[in-house]
Design a protein around this ligand. Structure first.
Ligand code: SER
Length: 549
């Protein structure tokens, strides 16, 4: 089965079991302060679990775009070095909202794996929650008993809270879970060590493929567990891992999900995948990170210096550094992989097709900008290592790489790790704090008085829900001086551009004088709706057009 058929078989199976097939939600989380990115299929259903909204259906299934790069679930360090972790991945899931519970969830999972996908049951192991005294939770004997209908006792293992009690984050819905693991080792290896001994032991060929969560609690901020109104099911199966299993591969990167990208990177860099361990890691990192960055941009997130935008920038820069150091790319190359990704996944995720051009442009610009300073930073780093062959990497030096060369700190940590070294993080943080204080002072705006063009103007017209462009006028302006630069802030009477708010990056656009067809780039909006900063007042009193980029 190719990956598209595997995905379809999952959705068809659950549709045949009366599940409502839903679309993946955005990979970028916009309205939940506890999360930057979707890190599990259940995120979009959180409010249903908590009973905050009415449920539109009792059963659902989907494939969800997830990103695990920050917070409680963070796989970034493993990516590329092993063969089965990813930043962005698809999670296949089925849900019951107060409908079926453990018995059916286990039965469905077993039927799909062994009868539809025809996986040999002898290579499957399942786990159940073994209880936790501190939480005052008993072992999940119920799940244990259900599993006995399908598996030999030797393939059913109790697990601890870390592996068998799933929580969305520090707070939120949670519950005991049963994981399904698969042993892909050779018969010889199996004879030497039994698969049961390798479950949850980081063996790349004995891995978890599916997690069935029996969601019945809400973790409160004071850490107590509050029972949810209803008992629910939340399952998540790693799509890329499933493809590896069903395509008879030993690495997710050898499946048709990743190979087109990997081969593309190999060709562009004039290498052959599978010949050199370090180059292979770099190719895997680039293929993985390209997906993460492209999906995030397609969902409206731009690389930036803030919050979620900075996470994306860091991921992209990490890939660019791997490409530069191990694959000898000293020109932008990641953007050139986007076509392959869109071709491969655009049908299932049309947002990729819709934003194809934008993704290419943004990635290329980001790469060009970082490559300008990357070589200099790496030279500095190498010299530092030579001059200071032992001990922690000085925090002030790490800060210089960050501040002057744009090296995200985790990139410097990674480079340090490659040398068997560590960064003095305390000193780095101290430098960062001092710089923030300095720039806070420097960014203080000296502003002149507002000059009203339209007197007592109150209602800015935000048209961005429906339009990307609109006619507008300046209603007031003032001169400001910021960071030693004289600029004008102008307020328009209408705009399609959304301002920077709640961690979301503000839109950007151009202001056009229709008569002269004259275009000047606007700076980012700073205040809700219409405040923009421009170098000078271009079209005083004239009717203009504002277009979102
Ligand atoms: N929420 C669980 C997980 O992410 C199952 O979907 O593993």
């Amino acid at each position: 089965m190719n990956s598209q058929e595997i995905r379809k078989a999952f959705l068809d199976f659950f549709q045949s079991k009366s599940h409502h097939i839903v679309s993946s939600s955005s990979i970028v989380v916009k309205n939940d302060p506890t999360l930057l990115f979707t890190n599990a299929g259940m995120n979009q259903f959180k409010d249903i679990f908590l009973g905050n909204v009415e449920k539109p259906y009792n059963r659902a299934a989907d494939t969800q775009k997830c990103l695990r790069v920050s917070g409680k679930h963070n796989d970034l360090e493993e990516v590329g070095h092993d063969t089965y972790h990813h930043t962005m991945f698809e999670m296949l899931g089925n849900w019951s909202f107060g409908d079926y519970f453990k018995k059916e969830a286990i039965a469905y999972a077993w039927e799909l794996l062994t009868e539809v996908y025809k996986i040999d049951k002898n290579i499957l192991y399942v786990t159940y929650f073994g209880g936790d005294e501190k939480e005052n939770l008993a072992a999940d004997e119920e799940a244990h008993q259900y599993w006995k209908q399908y598996c030999e006792e030797s393939h059913i293992l109790p697990g601890n809270k870390h592996d068998n009690f799933w929580e969305m984050g520090e707070i939120g819905p949670c519950g005991a879970c049963s994981e399904i693991h698969i042993d892909l080792r050779s018969d010889e290896e199996k004879q030497q060590i039994c698969g049961a001994d390798l479950v949850n032991k980081d063996n790349p060929l004995v891995i978890e493929i599916w997690n069935l969560v029996f969601m019945e609690f809400n973790r409160k901020a004071d850490k107590t567990l509050e029972p949810l109104k209803e008992k629910n099911i939340d399952t998540g199966m790693g799509f890329e891992r499933l493809c590896m299993v069903l395509q008879g591969k030993k690495s997710n990167y050898d499946t048709d999900v990743f190979q087109p990208l990997i081969q593309n990177i190999a060709t562009l860099s004039n290498n052959v995948y599978g010949e050199d361990a370090k180059k292979d890691i770099a190719m895997r990192v680039c293929a993985d990170h390209l997906r993460a960055v492209s999906f995030a941009i397609a969902d409206g997130l731009m690389p930036s210096n803030n919050k979620a935008g900075y996470v994306i920038r860091r991921i992209l820069r990490r890939a660019v550094r791997y490409g530069y150091t191990f694959l000898a790319f000293n020109e932008p190359f990641m953007y050139a992989l986007v076509d392959t990704l869109v071709e491969q996944m655009g049908e299932q995720f049309p947002e990729l097709q819709k934003n194809h051009g934008l993704i290419v442009k943004v990635i290329k610009e980001e790469e060009s900008a970082f490559l300008k300073t990357l070589a200099g930073g790496i030279q500095k780093f190498d010299k530092y290592i030579k001059d200071n062959p032992i001990g922690k990497i000085n925090g002030g030096f790490a800060f210089e790489l960050f501040d002057t060369y744009g090296f995200p700190i985790d990139l410097t940590c990674l480079m340090a790790k490659e040398q068997g070294r560590e960064v003095d993080m305390e000193a780095f943080e101290e430098n960062l704090k001092r710089q923030k204080e300095r720039s806070k002072n420097a960014a203080t705006i000296k502003a002149g008085d507002w000059v009203e063009i339209v007197e007592n103007f109150k209602d800015e017209n935000f048209v961005g829900y429906d339009e990307y462009e609109c006619q507008c006028h300046i209603v007031r302006y003032r001169q400001v001086e910021t960071k030693g630069q004289a600029l004008f802030q102008i307020v328009l009477d209408a705009t399609p551009m959304y301002a920077e708010m709640g961690g979301q990056v503000g839109d950007q656009g151009v202001l056009i004088n229709g008569e002269e067809k004259h275009v000047k780039k606007l700076m980012r909006l700073t205040i809700l709706n219409v405040e923009v900063v421009v170098e000078y007042i271009l079209y005083y009193g004239k009717k203009m057009k504002i277009i979102m980029l």
